[in-house]
Design a protein around this ligand. Structure first.
Ligand code: BGC
Length: 537
């Protein structure tokens, strides 16, 4: 396995609930993932990032952890985890786990003990309990809001049954924030990291990495200020934690990595997370605008900011928190919510939206650095908007009383076999979210070895990216193209993406790969709108 593999790696995100179900209960699990690793090997990815599979009441899809050192029975056992890791390593694939250090589940024994303890007790000191404001403390301690809607504070009931202190939760009320100024919390996370590193994990994606440290005194949020300057975002003390973690990882052999989920802006600030003694990678913003000058600026700013600290850039088109790219890129920019539902408007037909998603895949995979794929994008899956209210599970939907749809539509269980029950997701009919009929057409077995399928496009792109060492290359912009075309060279490959509504001239030369569904060796002299090509330079 090559050293510093993460600098150029293609990393595939598995959302375990929705990837493959081994036991037929309708919820994906670790044995299901192991049974489908061959498909990921065929796709050619270097590593798999697993969203949380730890013991959890599943109030936020497992991002509410009750035991950081065990597997939730829904997903299997520690032995299943070991088997998955072994099977991945046998295929030369690394495995990264999600670590959730900002908050635990309210079912975590520490939080249960905190609720049982008196105000001021050491058990409460592991979380952020505060007295309320106003008469009898009936107002929350400050004005912070939960990312899922509503206040970021919930009032606890004291042992005598009276309303008592409040606790902070930047997310759901079932996800209390830890107090990272408490050394006991720091020590506990060192123990957790070691637990998984000792088992052989190749690294961690660090959830909500920029929010662990809160400003002294938990001051009110200035509503005029940008969220990036909030008292719970990017506080200087947070870097100390990751330096400590980096030193811990470096004690282990095998090039283990830390990846920051940090959306902080500007990019020069985000790059502080990946200075040489901190994390290895930080996620980049999703490509959200279908606009060549905007994307060119993002690409330049990203490459500049990250190379200035010696870190690779990462390129991400979709994840488990956003509307899938096959739908998102065609929505008007002003209407890009977290999720879509039966009442959402402006959703174009699937066949009209797929070309942009395919073109974006060729852009993402052509850039130097590391690329992330979200499960199902290689099948061209769209967002599923027709999930009925009663089937929805994401907390946003409930915390906004149905006003905002949550992220369920990008988490619908994957289709593997067109003619099998649950489209081959599991052995029976069960599926924790309803699957749409379109899954029959998009199932993996329908796309396998089909020349113009989206799956084949991804497989070819990942293979060419490797053989032409695009991940280790450089972007050199090419002059002479219309402004709606992104045009650059990366080593011996020319990349062209037409983001306008008019065809653009295509230079003479060998087309290596085209996102157009018709052919991969097009000899035409124009590049159609919403199309990308890779050419031999
Ligand atoms: C994860 C989300 C999760 C949140 C709270 C994130 O940013 O990606 O899925 O809901 O953290 O843990």
């Amino acid at each position: 396995m090559n050293k510093e593999w993460w600098r150029t790696a293609v990393i595939y995100q598995v959302y375990p609930r929705s990837f493959a179900d081994g036991d037929g209960d309708g919820i994906g699990d670790l044995p299901g993932i192991t049974s489908r690793l061959d498909a990921l090997q065929e796709l050619g990815v270097d590593a798999v990032w697993l969203s949380p599979f730890y013991t959890s009441p599943q109030r936020d899809g497992g991002y509410d952890v009750a035991d950081y050192c065990d597997v939730d029975p829904l997903f299997g056992t520690l032995a299943d985890f070991d088997a998955l890791l072994l099977a991945a390593h046998a295929r030369d694939m690394r495995v990264i786990a999600d670590i959730v250090p900002n908050h635990s589940s309210s079912q975590h024994p520490w939080f249960q003990a905190a609720l049982d303890a008196a105000p001021g007790g050491i058990e409460r000191g592991r979380y952020l309990f505060r007295e309320g404001r106003g008469i009898d403390g009936t107002e929350p301690p400050n004005n912070w809001r939960s990312h899922f809607g509503g206040p970021a504070w919930t009032r606890a009931t004291e042992a005598d049954g009276a309303p008592g202190q409040w606790y902070l939760h930047l997310f759901d009320t079932s996800q209390p924030d830890f107090d990272w100024s408490n050394e006991e919390v720091r020590e506990e996370f060192r123990r957790i990291l070691r637990f998984w590193l000792d088992r052989g994990i190749d690294g961690f994606r660090v959830d909500v990495a920029s929010s662990l440290v809160k400003a002294e005194g938990l001051p009110d949020l200035d509503p005029e200020l940008d969220e990036d300057l909030a008292p719970y975002t990017g506080q200087p003390g947070v870097h100390e934690i990751y330096r400590d973690w980096r030193a811990l990882l470096d004690e282990y052999e095998g090039d283990r990595v830390l990846v920051a989920e940090s959306w902080i802006k500007p990019l020069t600030r985000r790059a502080e997370w990946v200075r040489p003694d901190e994390m290895h990678q930080a996620f980049n913003d999703l490509f959200d605008d279908w606009d060549a000058p905007t994307l060119r600026r993002i690409i330049d700013d990203t490459l500049d900011a990250f190379s200035a600290v010696g870190a690779p850039s990462t390129w991400v088109a979709s994840n488990h928190d956003t509307v899938r790219q096959a739908t998102r890129l065609s929505l008007p920019r002003s209407e890009r919510p977290n999720g879509l539902g039966p009442n959402s408007t402006g959703i174009a037909s699937y066949d009209d939206t797929l070309p942009r998603a395919r073109a974006l895949a060729l852009l993402t995979l052509s850039l130097p650095g590391s690329a992330y794929l979200y499960q199902g994008e290689e099948l061209g899956l769209p967002e599923v908007s027709e999930i009925p209210d009663e089937a929805r599970q994401d907390p946003t939907f409930f915390r906004t009383e149905g006003e905002q749809y949550g992220r369920d539509g990008c988490r619908v269980p994957l289709p593997w076999e067109a003619d099998a029950p649950s489209y081959g997701f599991g052995p029976g009919e069960a599926s924790w979210l309803p699957q749409p009929e379109l899954w029959g057409r998009l199932a993996r077995d329908r796309q396998q070895d089909v020349a113009d399928s989206t799956l084949t496009l991804y497989q070819d792109a990942v293979a060419l990216r490797r053989s032409r060492t695009l991940g280790a290359g450089h972007v050199e912009w090419l002059p002479g193209y219309p402004t709606h075309v992104l045009a650059f060279r990366n080593g011996n490959t020319t990349v062209l993406v037409n983001m306008g509504s008019e065809p653009a001239p295509l230079p003479a030369g060998e087309v290596l790969l085209s996102s157009a569904a018709t052919s991969t060796t097009s000899t035409t002299s124009t590049l159609d709108p919403d199309t990308a090509v890779w050419m031999h330079a």
